[in-house]
Structure formats: structure tokens, C-alpha cells
Design a protein. Structure first.
Length: 448
């Protein structure tokens, strides 16, 4: 009886809320598709269908710099909003969309979806040295090892004149690189191109589940438990990845101190070894859970985004033969001048301007993230793009929207690495482009 009595009240409160947004909200004049004034379902359906990034760009082309995505979610496109929403010291907390990216158990948090600004900042500060450029360069031996195996697989396909899915093999490569860097050994994806223990398919299901359930995060605690029992579900994929990472950490700890612990025989200290040393030095500052949390973050955030970025680079090189020819010429010139090793080092690649421009442009035209990185307007509200947003409103900038802004990147749809080189002669122009440039490395290491 109590339930029957409360249902009408819940429906009435929802109707009143929708009427308020439609008739009285200070943001009622912000344009967007009709149904976005009343429900999140329009947004959910667009994300479910795929390619929301393209729809998001079209919305801004049609409606302007601020667009309504749902009753209380607004997509923003102006450069001035980037620093306000995501800049250092910003008080814009992550929205509840991030709830879908973590275990419903509130004690089991990870860095990417952590909505606690203070804790997130402390964790990021605690482990920032592990992700610094000086630290990452030391992992180059792991990357080279996997690149050699990847090259061998490509040569085998070429010798057999056999077609293959290069995007899939890029993910095999990325997974093995992440395995080497994080745990000191490859997962083994590059051996035969097999999805070891279903890890890649589990990650794909996890991504799909978390992206969609984040639109309706209140359903996450209710659905996660039951769905985790089914291997085909996204919740099952999350549970599997957690077990997968924990097994790798357990194995790493068991083999600690064994000189034959890996098949790679690489002397470089891996990520987990550095974490273990930090834990042993100060167990209160670095716990066993931190080891698990950071290991899981590397696997989830590193493999997929790396594969997408590599795919974008090669795809656009093949579709723009003139760019490929210029890049080959630069590599040949550097090789002839003794400035480029047979196995190009990171330091050498930094000196190759066209190569850097190609990578930067490929990540601009095809970013690895395709949704706005939703943030909550803090107490007191905020003015964004000439409008005042009350506290609690959810706002975000989609990297695709930012990267396809024709005012910042003229003829934005065209893959043209030269734009970055030309901007070198105009520091102010280059600064604007860099401020609007939000590839996966920025979103994960700095914004996220």
C-alpha cells in the first residue's frame, strides 16, 4: 500500500520538475532537440547508436556555442570554457556519469571515475612521477620489444600476401605494451593475434556498459550485481577485467626477486615494481589497493586509446598519399643525416617536425574520446559562454567539438599536418590551437 501511495507522488514531482525546466528555468532558452527538454533518453539513444561525436558537432553547427543535450546537461564549444571547466584548480566536479565507470561498492574507487576532487588531486599528485615524461621514457625498451614482435607479424602477413585487420592488431600491440610497462611481461596477444582469456572483448563490453549506464547512473548499483553473472554483459566485462588485473599482480608478487620471472628478460623496472617499492617504503601512503587501482587504470585507459590513436594515424596516412610521401621523405632525410636510428628513439622522433605534426593532426581529427567530459557547476554558479549556469547544472566539452571548431582549425574536416608547422610562426595562433587541443593524453593525465 505504501508503494502504491508513493508512486503518484514520484510521478507528480517529476512532472513538476520538467514543467519548471520548460517554463521557468533560467536556462530554458538554450536550444537543442525538442525531446532534450524532457528526458535523457534522446541522449542515451544517440550514444547507443554510436557516433555521438558527429551528432554533437552537428548540434553546435545548428544551435550555436551552447546546446542542450538533456534537461540539465549542456554541451559547450567555446575556447574560453575549457580553462573554466577543466583548468587547474577548477571546482567543477565530475558528474554522476562517472559512477558507471567504477564498482558500485563506494570503497572500491579508481582514479578516472573518482568524483572526490580532494582525493583525486591527492592520488594524482601521489603517483604523478610515475606518469612524468622522464619516467615514461624509461619504458622505451618495453615498447621497442613489442614493436619488434609486431613488425615480425606484419612481415609474415606480407610474405603470405594475407589480408588482416590492422586495427585489431594495433589493439593486440597496445595490450602487450601495457602489459610490459605495467607488469613486466607481455600478455601474449602478439603471438597469434588471439584475444587472451577474452580480455579484449571484456574491455569492449566494459566500455559499452559504463558509457551507457552512466547516462542513468542510478541503475548501476541495481544492475551491476545481477549482470556480472553473465560473461556477455558489460558488468561481467568489468568483473573480469578486475580479476584479470588482480591475477597479474598476484603473479608478479609471487615471482618477485626471481631473475627468470619474465619471458622478456628486460632489465628496465616496470610500473608495478616501482609501486611495490613505494608501498614497501611507506605502506600507509601506498597500499595494496593502490597497486590494483593503478594497474587496472593502465589496462582500461591505456590499451584502447592507444590502439585508436595508432589506427587514426595510419588510416589518414593511407588516405592522404601526399602526407605519407612527405613523412617518408623526412624519415629518409633524417636517416641519411645520421639523426634517425633504425629503431627510432623517442628523443629522435621529437626532432622530426613533420612526424610530430602528423601524429598531432591524427589525434585532432579522430580523438579517442567521443563524449563530453561532464562536470557539475559548483556552488555559486558560473558564467560560461555569456550565460549564467546555476550550481548543479552539468556542462561539458566534447573533444570532437573542440577539434572541429573551424574558427580555431580552419577547414577542420581536412587532415592537414602542415597547419601545426605553419602556426609555429604565429605564437598567438599556436597558443589558441594548443589550448583547444584535447587529445586522450590530456584528458586522461591532466583533466581526468
Amino acid at each position: 500500500m505504501y508503494l502504491l501511495a508513493i508512486i503518484p507522488l514520484l510521478i507528480l514531482s517529476r512532472v513538476l520538475y520538467l514543467l519548471y525546466n520548460f517554463l521557468l528555468s533560467p536556462l530554458r532558452s538554450i536550444p537543442g532537440p525538442f525531446w532534450t527538454r524532457f528526458t535523457k533518453f534522446w541522449y542515451f539513444n544517440q550514444v547507443r547508436r554510436g557516433h555521438f561525436e558527429l551528432e554533437n558537432i552537428r548540434l553546435h553547427q545548428k544551435y550555436g556555442s551552447v546546446v542542450r543535450i538533456s534537461p540539465d546537461h549542456y554541451s559547450v564549444s567555446e575556447l574560453s570554457a575549457v580553462k573554466s571547466i577543466y583548468g587547474t584548480g577548477s571546482k567543477f566536479a565530475k558528474s554522476d556519469w562517472y559512477e558507471g565507470w567504477k564498482h558500485p561498492d563506494q570503497d572500491r574507487w579508481t582514479l578516472f571515475p573518482d568524483r572526490n576532487i580532494k582525493r583525486h588531486a591527492e592520488t594524482r599528485k601521489r603517483f604523478s612521477s610515475l606518469y612524468s615524461m622522464s619516467s615514461l621514457v624509461h619504458y622505451e625498451e618495453f615498447v621497442d620489444y613489442c614493436a619488434d614482435i609486431f613488425t615480425q607479424r606484419l612481415e609474415e602477413f606480407a610474405a603470405m600476401k594475407e589480408s588482416f585487420n590492422l586495427g585489431y592488431w594495433f589493439q593486440c600491440y597496445a595490450f602487450d605494451v601495457i602489459g610490459c610497462i605495467t607488469f613486466g611481461e607481455r600478455f601474449g596477444f602478439l603471438d597469434r593475434g588471439q584475444d587472451i582469456e577474452g580480455a579484449m572483448s571484456a574491455l569492449d563490453r566494459l566500455m559499452t556498459y559504463s558509457t551507457l549506464i552512466g547516462v542513468y547512473p542510478q541503475w548501476h548499483p541495481r544492475l551491476f550485481g545481477p549482470m556480472s553473472r553473465f560473461s556477455w554483459s558489460g558488468a561481467g566485462g568489468r568483473a573480469y577485467i578486475m580479476e584479470f588485473v588482480q591475477e597479474k599482480i598476484t603473479r608478479h608478487n609471487q615471482q618477485k626477486g626471481d631473475p627468470e620471472k619474465t619471458q622478456e628478460h628486460i632489465k628496465t623496472q616496470d610500473f608495478l615494481e616501482k609501486m611495490v617499492l613505494a608501498r614497501d617504503k611507506d605502506p600507509e601512503k601506498v597500499t595494496d589497493y593502490h597497486l590494483f587501482m593503478m594497474g587496472q587504470s593502465n589496462v582500461i585507459a591505456g590499451s584502447d586509446t592507444t590502439a585508436i590513436s595508432l589506427s587514426s594515424i595510419l588510416y589518414h596516412l593511407l588516405h592522404y598519399p601526399n602526407v605519407l610521401q612527405k613523412l617518408r621523405q623526412e624519415i629518409d632525410d633524417f636517416t641519411a643525416g645520421g639523426r634517425c636510428s633504425e629503431q627510432v628513439t623517442f628523443k629522435e622522433s621529437q626532432e622530426m617536425p613533420y612526424f610530430q605534426a602528423v601524429m598531432k593532426e591524427a589525434l585532432r581529427v579522430h580523438s579517442a574520446t567521443g563524449l563530453p567530459l561532464w562536470r557539475v557547476v559548483p556552488e555559486g554558479g558560473a558564467e560560461i559562454s555569456g550565460r549564467f549556469f546555476p550550481a548543479g547544472t552539468v556542462v561539458g566539452i566534447n573533444t570532437w567539438v573542440a577539434h572541429y571548431n573551424d574558427d580555431v582549425f580552419p577547414d577542420a574536416k581536412t587532415f592537414r599536418p602542415e597547419r601545426w608547422i605553419e602556426a609555429e610562426s604565429n605564437p598567438q595562433r599556436l597558443k589558441i590551437m594548443n589550448d583547444m587541443y584535447m587529445p586522450v593524453s590530456i584528458s586522461h593525465l591532466y583533466i581526468e
